[in-house]
Write a protein that binds this ligand. Sequence first.
Ligand SMILES: C[S@@+](CC[C@H](N)C(=O)[O-])C[C@H]1O[C@@H](n2cnc3c(N)ncnc32)[C@H](O)[C@@H]1O
Length: 217
Amino acid sequence: MSSLALMRLLESTPDRYDAGMRALTLGRVRELREAVAEAAAQPGAQVLEIGCGTGSVTERLLARGARVTALDQNPEMLERSRERLAGRTGAVEWLERTASEIDALPEAAYDAVVASLSLSEMSAGERAFVLRAAARRLRPGGVLAVCDEVRPRRAPQRLLHGLLRVPQVLLAWLVVGSVSSPIPDLAAELRSAGFSVRAERRWLWGSLAALIAERPA
Ligand SMILES: C[S@@+](CC[C@H](N)C(=O)[O-])C[C@H]1O[C@@H](n2cnc3c(N)ncnc32)[C@H](O)[C@@H]1O
């Protein structure tokens, strides 16, 4: 997730990725991933995962008995997922694709769509396209479970978060030449893609969020 500024760098070194994520989120990443996996996975549920990375959420979905189509555009991250879950070949399908390409997957075929820390890596335009395409992939009543870096709601939290991000942003700009920003209003983006938002939880001064939404029946 480029919005956690150093993510592009970490994604170029998948071996260090998981440890890097834990450090950048002060350990909260585990709770974020648990929240989305718990909301999305039931035994036998068909789940589409966008931006599976090294497979941390995929592993949780499979452990809860879901069948998963896991997609990522980065072949190295996808390979790490495949290695990690080598024994689970029957229950998971790996796709090396960009998120926008979910548009080619069957409509109304999934019980849940999951995106953990991947939406913030997309431009606002791509994210809007992907969210609308995700809604069409879901069966009526299906669940969208997402978590990501977001803009804190309150001014003091925004100020604190901004100050804490300064060293990250500087380092990212120096090392990878790009800087991005947290998603301004993820709940509003979900609503304008046709979802109804059922729940939202926040961590780290409101800068990390998990949102559970539904495609209306
Ligand atoms: C920060 S990682 C998160 C990985 C994993 N979901 C997790 O919770 O650790 C973001 C992942 O999303 C993938 N990603 C970002 N933008 C994407 C896009 N437009 N299409 C497909 N994958 C994308 C990246 O390649 C990366 O593996």
